[in-house]
Every structure is written in structure tokens, then in C-alpha cells.
Design a protein around this ligand. Structure first.
Ligand SMILES: CSC[C@H]1O[C@H](OP(=O)(O)O)[C@H](O)[C@@H]1O
Ligand SMILES: Nc1ncnc2[nH]cnc12
Length: 323
């Protein structure tokens, strides 16, 4: 199995799709498409913040539920973590109607009990990026502040937590979540692309970090600003650099575990899409943030810049009058 292979010739698909697409899946390292889904369209979307990492593939489940898939680093993985256009990715998903995002990520483990190939649903984030990523839709002329105390959607996490059995094979692969483990699970987001030193890795443990990646920010923050429910599924590939008796992480170690993780991600995705179809259609998931940004704007009408307001309309049509 090639991690980059797609089953349907991308160029043969329609480039337009006129139905709402309420669930978005973001694939990370090693997950460049979902095998269980048959694509029905491939959309090239341009946003006021530029182009997303890749075209967005739309698939329809047997019962007619539309799912969008976006490859975070591009389908050929040609985008560095620092350069992922997260702002355009989230804006593009919002523009087609996405209310909930499940985002996959390859991570290093900072805890002995989180073994390589285990999956983790973090409920907290510590930001160790370097302030060089564009991390908000807002700018001078339109200031707003989103709440981010609980950066992930506990409803999404609870639903996904029910599918640990999909992963548990002969290798005793576990799914960790706050619901299942009874404690906070924190993802550290570092800048990269080089991995951490041993001293940094041990410092992140002392912070209470559970896993580490280079991708959850600003993606999670932008999803929050766009009022989209968001949960990351972290797939452990290595023990980072904190284990004295082992070589620190290399890309070979990561890649070595990616194939197994990608197969498990595909199996998990099939189950969660079925469950999320019901939860989103019934309104149970995807509506908790609706309207949250409407009254979160600090700028008075006189201070609002027209060009920035026009960009806001791409995300929130109808929230703030253009006149
Ligand atoms: C190739 S290891 C480092 C790389 O893997 C993770 O990517 P993603 O989160 O998109 O799966 C990590 O965040 C780094 O970008
Ligand atoms: N150890 C690690 N650090 C940062 N990102 C990662 N992605 C996979 N393993 C990682």
C-alpha cells in the first residue's frame, strides 16, 4: 500500500459540488486520503487568505452524508509544518458548510504508557510554536477574541472514544482519552521541522505534556474562530527524545509506524463517520459554537475596515452588515 496512492483518478472528478458538506476530515503525515470513501468531487477553493494545502475531496456515504477530506501537507506532502496554510484550510472547509472537523496527526509520545501506534484524543494544548504562523482570522480593523480554554470539542471526543476496540488488535493498541483515562491529555505543539532536543523533550514532560506534534496550532484555534467543532486524533509514532536508553526520534522511526497508523486511522474513520453522520444530522454535534463570534468583536463600527469586513463575510455571511 502506498500512503500517497488515490483510488480514483483525481482529474476525472467534477470540480463543483452544490450540497452542504458538514463533516471535514484533515489528514496529516501518512494519511493523504481515506480509503473507505469513494470521492464524488474534488474542489479547488480559493479563499481571501489564499489557497488551501490541497484540493478538497468530497465523498458521499451510502446514506447520502457528505464528507470533505483535506491533506494538511498536500497530497504529496510538500508543505512544511510551519508553512501549512491553516487559515485557508479552515476558511475553505467553513465555506462549504463544515460544522465539525476530525483532524489526524502523527505525534511523538511523552509518556511511557502511550506506546508508538497508540491513538490519543487530547483535551488540552500547550503552544510552543514561535509566533511565526498566522494564527487568527482577525486583524487591524476587525478585532475579535474567541474563547479557547477547552480547545477541543468534548462531544466529538466522547463519540470517538467509543471506538477504541477498532484499534485493539494483536499488538494491544490503545485509544487514550480523558473519558477513558480519567486525566488530562495535553498535546504540545512545537515549531519544527527539526525534532526536540532531549532537554526540551524532558521539559515538555515536566509541563505535563502527553504527546507532541507540529500541527495542532493554529489549526485548532482557527477552527474555534470559525465556530467549527474540532477534535484531533493523535497517532503515536515514537517516544520523542526523552528516553535516556534509546536513540532520539528520527523520521525513519516515524515512517516505520505510519503504515500501521494509517490503516488504523482508516478503520477508525469508517466507524466515526457513521456515528457522526447521525450526531450531526440530529444537531447533537456541530452547533455548540454557532453564533459565538457574532458578539465577540471588540472593534466599534467606526473602527471597522471595509476590506477586512469583506473577508469576514466569507466566513460569517450575514453576521455583520457591510453598510
Ligand atoms: C514526519 S514527523 C513530523 C510531522 O508529523 C506530524 O505531522 P501531522 O501533524 O500533519 O501528522 C507533525 O505534526 C509534524 O508535522
Ligand atoms: N517526536 C515528534 N515531535 C514532533 N512531531 C512529531 N510527529 C511525530 N513524532 C513527532
Amino acid at each position: 500500500m502506498s500512503l500517497h496512492r488515490e483510488t480514483v483518478e483525481a482529474s476525472a472528478l467534477p470540480h463543483t459540488f452544490n450540497e452542504p458538506v458538514e463533516l471535514g476530515i484533515i489528514g496529516g503525515t501518512g494519511l493523504y486520503h481515506l480509503e473507505s470513501l469513494t470521492p464524488v468531487a474534488r474542489l479547488t477553493i480559493s479563499t481571501p487568505w489564499g489557497a488551501p494545502s490541497s484540493a478538497i475531496t468530497i465523498s458521499k456515504t451510502a446514506s447520502g452524508f457528505n464528507v470533505a477530506f483535506l491533506a494538511r501537507h498536500g497530497v504529496h506532502h510538500d508543505t512544511l509544518p510551519t508553512e501549512v496554510p491553516a487559515i485557508a484550510n479552515i476558511a475553505a472547509l467553513k465555506s462549504i458548510g463544515v460544522k465539525a472537523i476530525v483532524a489526524f496527526s502523527a505525534v511523538g509520545s511523552l509518556q511511557q504508557e502511550i506506546k508508538p501506534r497508540d491513538f490519543v484524543l487530547p483535551n488540552q494544548i500547550i503552544d510552543r510554536t514561535k509566533g511565526i504562523r498566522q494564527s487568527t482570522f482577525f486583524e487591524r480593523g476587525f478585532v475579535a477574541h474567541a474563547g479557547f480554554g477547552d480547545p477541543f470539542d468534548p462531544k466529538l471526543s466522547k463519540i470517538i472514544s467509543e471506538f477504541g476496540h477498532v484499534l485493539e488488535g494483536a499488538e494491544d493498541i490503545k485509544l487514550h482519552s480523558k473519558e477513558l483515562d480519567g486525566k488530562d491529555l495535553t498535546v504540545i505543539c512545537m515549531e519544527g521541522p527539526a525534532f526536540s532536543t532531549r532537554a526540551e523533550s524532558r521539559m515538555y514532560q515536566s509541563f505535563g505534556g502527553s504527546v507532541i506534534n507540529m500541527s495542532v496550532l493554529p489549526e485548532a484555534k482557527l477552527a474555534r474562530e470559525a465556530e467549527i467543532s474540532y477534535q484531533m486524533i493523535c497517532m503515536s509514532t515514537d517516544y520523542d527524545a526523552w528516553r535516556e536508553d534509546e536513540e532520539p526520534v528520527t523520521v525513519e522511526t516515524v515512517v516505520g509506524n505510519l503504515k500501521a497508523n494509517s490503516a488504523n486511522a482508516n478503520r477508525l474513520a469508517v466507524e466515526i463517520i457513521k456515528k457522526l453522520e447521525v450526531a450531526i444530522k440530529s444537531g447533537e454535534v456541530g452547533n455548540d459554537l454557532a453564533g459565538s463570534m457574532k458578539y465577540a468583536v471588540s472593534t466599534s463600527p467606526k473602527g471597522i475596515k471595509r476590506d477586512v469586513l469583506e473577508k469576514m463575510h466569507f466566513l460569517f455571511p450575514g453576521y455583520w452588515p457591510l453598510e
